[in-house]
Design a protein around this ligand. Structure first.
Ligand code: 13P
Ligand code: SF4
Length: 355
C-alpha cells in the first residue's frame, strides 16, 4: 500500500520510492520517474482526484501514486464510496467502467484507451442473449472482467475474490442452471471447488441430459485470460524442484490442471493477504508478474520466487506518463449509455450485497 502523502515534496517522494523499491527498480529508473510521480500527486490533490491502482500496476507507479491499491473487488467497493470528484483508475478499461457504473455523476478516467482485457473482449451482449435463449430459465453470473454491455445482460456479477460465495448463494437460492461467464477456467475452478458439475455451453446435448434437472449445473463459456492461460503444470513442477518448501499461490484464471497442483488459489487480494499474514520459507505466485515485484517491495522480509515472465500487455499500457496526461487533459473519460449503466448496476449491486 502506498504510504506516501499527497502533499509530499519531491525529495520526500524520491526518498520513499528509493527505499521502497530498493533491489526491485534500478535507481536510474526511479530518477526518471520521480518528478512525474510527484507532479501527479500534486495535481490529484489540487483536482480532488482519487487514484485507484490495481495490484498489477508496474512497481514504480504502484508504490508512488495510488491512494488505494487492491484487487478489482476492493477497488470497486472503494469507487462506490469515494467523495472525490475525479476517479483515475490505474487498471484496465472494464475496471474504469465498473467505477463509472457505480459513480455516474463523477468523472472516471483510465489513462490508456488501449488497456483492454482478453476476457472482456471474449464475450458480447449478443453472445449472452444467445446463451439465455439456449438455456431458458438459467441464471447468468458474469465475471467483472467484462464490459458494461455484457453486465447489462446478466443477473449477478462476481470477481475472483467472491466467485465461490456468489455461486454458493445461487445454489442455496435453488438455481439449477447457472451460466458462468466468460472465463472458462474461473467457472470450472469455482465449480470444482464447490463440488458442482461443470459443462461448457457447447458440450454435447447428451452431457447436459445426463445432469438431472433438479441438480445444479454450472455452464461455462470459452474465453480465457491471455496471461493466466499460459501457466502450465510444468511451471509448478519446476518451482517445486527448485524451491521445495515454497508455497505456490495461483490465480483462479489459471487452467484447472494447474490449480489442482498448487497450494492455494485466490484473487490478487487473497495472494497479498497470504504473503502478508502467513509465514512460509518461500512464496511463488502464478499470476501477472508485476504483482510479485510489488509484494517483494512491500514485504522485504518475505522471500518471493522471482520467476516473472508473464506481463499483461493491457495493464502495461498504464504508465506514470499517461496518468499525468490523464489528469492534465482529463482523458480518457469513461462514458456509458444511461440505460446500459442502470442495467449493469443491478448485477453489481446484487454481488456487493452478498459480501
Ligand atoms: P483480481 O480481481 O484478482 O484483481 O483479478 C483481476 C484480473 O484482471 C486478473 O487477471
Ligand atoms: Fe484481463 Fe488477464 Fe490482463 Fe487480467 S491479466 S486484465 S484477466 S488479460
Amino acid at each position: 500500500m502506498n504510504t506516501l502523502s499527497a502533499q509530499a515534496g519531491l525529495d520526500e517522494t524520491r526518498k520513499f520510492m528509493k527505499e521502497r523499491l530498493q533491489g526491485i527498480v534500478p535507481d536510474i529508473e526511479i530518477e526518471a520517474k520521480v518528478e512525474i510521480a510527484h507532479e501527479i500527486n500534486r495535481l490529484k490533490h489540487e483536482m480532488n482526484a482519487v487514484i485507484l491502482g490495481h495490484n498489477y500496476m508496474e512497481p514504480a507507479l504502484y508504490h508512488s501514486i495510488p491512494d488505494y491499491t487492491g484487487d478489482s473487488l476492493q477497488l470497486s467497493s472503494i469507487a462506490a464510496k469515494t467523495t472525490a470528484d475525479i476517479i483515475v483508475f490505474c487498471g484496465v478499461w472494464f475496471m474504469g467502467e465498473t467505477a463509472k457504473i457505480l459513480n455516474p455523476q463523477k468523472t472516471v478516467l483510465v489513462p490508456s484507451e488501449k488497456a483492454g482485457c482478453s476476457l472482456a473482449e471474449g464475450i458480447s451482449a449478443d453472445d449472452i442473449r444467445a446463451l439465455k435463449a439456449k438455456f431458458p430459465g438459467a441464471v447468468v453470473v458474469t465475471y467483472v472482467n467484462t464490459y458494461a454491455t455484457s453486465k447489462a445482460e446478466s443477473d449477478y456479477c462476481c470477481t475472483s475474490g467472491n466467485a465461490d460465495k456468489v455461486l454458493s448463494k445461487l445454489v442455496e437460492d435453488g438455481h439449477k442452471r447457472i451460466i458462468f461467464l466468460p472465463d472458462a477456467y474461473l467457472a470450472e475452478n469455482t465449480a470444482t471447488q464447490l463440488g458442482l458439475p461443470f459443462l461448457d455451453s457447447e458440450a454435447d446435448q447428451k452431457a447436459f441430459d445426463a445432469v438431472p434437472a433438479d441438480q445444479p449445473l454450472v455452464i461455462g463459456w470459452h474465453a480465457k485470460c491471455e496471461v493466466h492461460e499460459l501457466f502450465t503444470t510444468e511451471d509448478v513442477a519446476n518451482i517445486r524442484k527448485q524451491y521445495q518448501d515454497a508455497v505456490i499461490l495461483a490465480h483462479p484464471e489459471c487452467p484447472p490442471e494447474v490449480i489442482q497442483l498448487v497450494d492455494k488459489s485466490g484473487s490478487t487480494k487473497a495472494m497479498v493477504d497470504y504473503v502478508r499474514d502467513k509465514d512460509a520459507p518461500w512464496y511463488a505466485l502464478l499470476t501477472e508478474c508485476s504483482m510479485g515485484d510489488n509484494l517483494a517491495a512491500e514485504f522485504p522480509h518475505r522471500r518471493l520466487v522471482r520467476a516473472c515472465t508473464l506481463r499483461c500487455k493491457h495493464m502495461n499500457y498504464i504508465t506514470l506518463e499517461d496518468t499525468l496526461a490523464a489528469l492534465k487533459q482529463c482523458q480518457y473519460q469513461v462514458h456509458l449509455d444511461e440505460t446500459i449503466r442502470q442495467q449493469a448496476l443491478l448485477p453489481i449491486q446484487r454481488m456487493l450485497a452478498i459480501q
